[in-house]
Write a protein that binds this ligand. Structure first.
Ligand SMILES: Cc1cc2nc3c(=O)[nH]c(=O)nc-3n(C[C@H](O)[C@H](O)[C@H](O)COP(=O)(O)OP(=O)(O)OC[C@H]3O[C@@H](n4cnc5c(N)ncnc54)[C@H](O)[C@@H]3O)c2cc1C
Length: 574
C-alpha cells in the first residue's frame, strides 16, 4: 500500500485511515507553467530543512516539497504515545549553528515528539526557512531530461517543477507499513499506525486494545497504552532487545557543562562510528576479562541507560558472536528477572539475533508493563495472526481476541520505500525502480548511477540510520553543498556517479556488513519486514567517522568515481 495514499486519506479522516491502493498520476494538462529552480528538495523533515538553509546560503534558488501539512518529517507524523528520540537531545539536534545549540533548552534527557517538533519549528522560524517549503505537496514523479540537463518533478496536484538538481530528503523511515491482514476493512473498531498518528491524539481509556509489533515504537507506546486500556494484548512476532533509557528532567549542571563544550563535543562525536559522543572508546574484547568484571561493566551500563553506552562496553560486541553472547545473555537475564510470569519473560527475551544487530530499543518500564494484570503478551510467531474480523482478531490456531482498537507498530518500508514510491526515471531510459529491483545500488549512498544531478540524503549505502541521524544529515547536506559549489566554481553543471564506482561501493558495503554480526538478524536493515523485498544489507556499517573521512577524500580528489561535465556549452555548441 503506498504510504502516500494512506497519508492523504488520514488527512481526510484523521480518526480512521483506510487503505487505498494506487497513487494516480495527476493530469498535468491544466498545470501552471513549470517553476524553475536550481535545486528541488523532496521532503520537509530535518534533512529537507537543513538542505533549504545550506543550499540557499550558496545563493541557489531552492524549494522543498513536503507531503505533510507541517514540517518535521518523522516528528510530524509519529505522534503516538511515548514517542521520543533514543539518542540524548543534547546530541540529537542540529550542530550547524552554535547560537542555536546554546539557546535551545531541552527539558528532558530524551526529547518527546512534541518537544522535538517544537524545536524543528523554532529552527524553521529562526532561519526563515518556511518561505521555501511547500507543504501538502507530494512529489509523485521526477523525470530527468538529459538533453535539457534538468529534472522535472510532478506533484500530486499536477504542478510541475523544473530544477537543475534534485535532493531527495524523503526519509528512511517515512513510508509506514501496515501488513496486509485479511479482513482489516471489516474491523468495526478503530485502527492506527504509529507513523500516521491522529493529531488530536487517541484516548484508549476503558478500551480493549491490541498492539501489533514490538520494535522501537511498540516498546515506547506499550507502557503508556497499558495505563489507559481496560486490557492490552501485545502481539509479538519477534522479541527485540530494549535497554532502560533512564530518562529524566535535564539537569542544569549537565546542560551547562555540555553547552560549554559543545563545539569540541560535536567534533569528538564526528570521530566515532555512531556520531555520538560522550562515551569512552572501548579498548578490550569482552572475552579478555573475567565473568565478574564483564557483568559488573554491563550492570554499570544498564544502570547508566542508553544504547550506545551498552554497545560501547567492549570493542567486539558487534563483530564477535561469542563476545556478543555475553552482552545478549546479560540483557536476557535482566528481562527474566523483571517479568514475573516465567513464560512471558522467556518470550520477551530475544534469542534470534545478537544484541545490537537490530535497532536497539530504549524504554521506560517496558518489561515491567507485562507484570500488570491488564496486559497479555501473545506469541504470533508460533501462532500467527490469520485474520482481522469485525470485533477483533483470530490466529491460525483458533485463538480469538476481542478488540476495540488496533495499533500497528509495524514499522516502515525502510530506506528505499519513499524513493520507490516516486516514479523516478530519465530520458535515457533509466528507471529507479528497475535499477533497484535487486536491492538499492548507490555510490556512497549519495548518488545513483544513471541518475545525474540527483542526490540522496542518508540513503541506502550510507551509514545514516546507524548513526545519530542529524549528524549524518548535516554531513550529507554539507557534502552536497560543497559539491554544488565545486561544480559552479568550475563552470560545470552535471555530476553523475559512475557505474563502476557504484558497483565497487555496493561491494564494499556488503563486505563490511559481512565482517560484522549485522547480517545475522532479520531486520529492516535487510528489508526483512517487507514481504518480497530483496534481502540486501542496506546501511553502511563501517562507521560515521570512517565514512566521513572517505567522502571528504573523494571530494578532495576531484570527486573520484563521479563524472563531472558541462552540458550547457555542449547544448549551445550543438
Ligand atoms: C519513531 C522514530 C524515532 C526516531 N528516533 C531517532 C533517534 O532517536 N535518533 C536518530 O538519530 N534517529 C531517529 N529516528 C530516525 C529519524 O527518521 C531521523 O532522525 C530524522 O528525523 C530523519 O529526517 P529526514 O528529514 O531525513 O526524514 P523524515 O523525517 O522521514 O522526513 C522526510 C519527509 O519527506 C516527506 N516525503 C517523503 N516522500 C515524499 C514525497 N514523495 N513528496 C513530498 N514529501 C515526501 C515525508 O512526508 C517526510 O515528512 C527515529 C525515527 C522514528 C520513526
Amino acid at each position: 500500500m503506498p504510504a502516500g495514499a494512506l497519508q492523504r486519506t488520514l488527512k481526510e479522516d484523521t480518526a480512521q485511515p483506510q487503505i487505498k491502493t494506487e497513487t494516480p498520476m495527476p493530469d498535468a494538462s491544466h498545470a501552471p507553467a513549470p517553476r524553475a529552480l536550481d535545486v528541488a528538495i523532496v521532503g520537509g523533515g530535518l534533512a529537507g530543512l537543513y538542505a533549504v538553509h545550506r543550499l540557499r546560503g550558496l545563493g541557489l534558488k531552492v524549494r522543498a516539497y513536503e507531503a505533510g501539512s507541517g514540517i518535521g518529517g518523522t516528528w510530524f507524523w509519529n505522534r503516538y504515545p511515548g514517542a521520543r528520540c533514543d539518542v540524548e537531545s543534547l546530541e540529537y539536534s542540529y550542530s550547524f549553528d552554535n547560537a542555536l545549540q546554546q539557546e535551545w533548552q531541552w527539558p528532558e534527557r530524551y526529547g518527546t515528539q512534541p518537544e522535538i517538533l517544537k524545536y524543528i519549528n523554532h529552527v524553521a522560524d529562526r532561519f526563515d526557512l518556511r518561505r521555501d517549503v511547500q507543504l501538502d505537496t507530494r512529489i509523485v514523479a521526477a523525470h530527468f531530461d538529459s538533453d535539457g540537463n534538468a529534472w522535472t518533478l510532478r506533484t500530486d496536484s499536477g504542478e510541475e517543477i523544473q530544477a537543475r538538481y534534485c535532493v531527495m530528503a524523503a526519509g528512511n523511515l517515512s513510508t509506514p507499513r501496515v501488513p496486509d491482514f485479511k479482513g482489516l476493512s471489516a474491523f468495526k473498531g478503530k485502527w492506527y499506525h504509529s507513523g500516521l498518528w491522529p493529531h488530536e491524539g487517541v484516548d484508549f481509556s476503558g478500551l480493549r486494545v491490541g498492539v501489533i509489533g514490538t520494535g522501537s515504537s511498540g516498546v515506547q507506546m506499550i507502557p503508556i497504552i497499558a495505563r489507559q486500556a481496560s486490557h492490552l494484548h501485545v502481539f509479538q512476532r519477534t522479541a527485540n532487545f530494549s535497554l532502560p533509557a533512564r530518562n529524566g528532567p535535564m539537569e542544569a549542571e549537565r546542560e551547562r557543562r555540555h553547552k560549554a563544550e559543545y563545539p569540541e563535543r560535536r567534533r569528538a562525536a564526528a570521530d566515532t562510528p555512531f556520531a555520538i559522543g560522550g562515551h569512552p572508546k572501548p579498548t578490550r574484547s569482552a572475552l579478555d576479562v573475567s565473568d565478574e568484571e564483564r557483568n559488573a561493566a554491563y550492570e554499570a551500563k544498564w544502570q547508566e541507560g542508553g544504547s550506545i553506552s551498552y554497545l560501547y562496553a567492549y570493542t567486539d560486541l558487534l563483530v564477535n558472536k561469542q563476545s556478543n553472547d555475553t552482552a545478549s545473555e546479560f540483557v536476557r537475564n535482566k528481562i527474566r528477572g523483571i517479568v514475573t510470569d516465567k513464560r512471558t519473560g522467556e518470550l520477551l527475551a530475544p534469542k534470534d539475533h545478537p544484541i545490537g544487530t537490530k535497532r536497539l530499543c530504549l524504554d521506560t518500564g517496558y518489561y515491567e508493563t507485562y507484570n500488570r494484570d491488564n496486559v497479555t503478551l501473545v506469541d504470533v510467531r508460533s501462532d500467527p495472526i490469520a485474520e482481522i474480523a469485525e470485533t477483533g482478531l483470530r490466529t491460525d490456531g483458533g485463538q480469538r481476541f476481542a478488540l476495540d482498537a488496533i495499533v500497528f507498530a509495524t514499522g516502515f518500508d525502510a530506506m528505499t520505500g519513499a524513493l520507490r514510491e516516486i516514479d523516478i526515471r530519465t530520458s535515457t531510459g533509466a528507471d529507479l525502480r528497475a535499477h533497484w529491483a535487486g536491492g538499492p545500488l548507490t555510490y556512497l549512498g549519495l548518488m545513483v548511477s544513471g541518475f545525474p544531478n540527483m542526490f540522496v540524503v542518508t540513503g541506502p549505502g550510507s551509514p545514516g540510520v546507524k548513526t545519530q541521524m542529524i549528524a549524518s544529515i548535516e554531513q550529507h547536506v554539507d557534502w552536497i553543498a560543497d559539491c554544488l559549489a565545486h561544480l559552479r566554481g568550475r563552470g560545470l553543471d552535471r555530476i553523475e556517479a559512475s557505474p563502476e564506482a557504484e558497483s565497487e561501493w555496493v561491494k564494499h558495503v556488503n563486505a563490511v556488513a559481512d565482517s560484522t554480526l549485522y547480517p545475522l538478524a532479520n531486520s529492516w536493515y535487510v528489508g526483512a519486514n517487507i514481504p518480497g523485498k530483496p534481502r540486501v544489507f542496506m546501511p553502511y556499517v563501517g562507521g560515521y567517522d570512517r565514512y566521513k573521512r572517505h567522502c571528504d577524500a573523494i571530494a578532495a580528489k576531484g570527486y573520484e568515481g563521479f563524472v563531472l561535465t558541462r552540458q550547457e556549452r555542449a547544448l549551445e555548441d550543438a
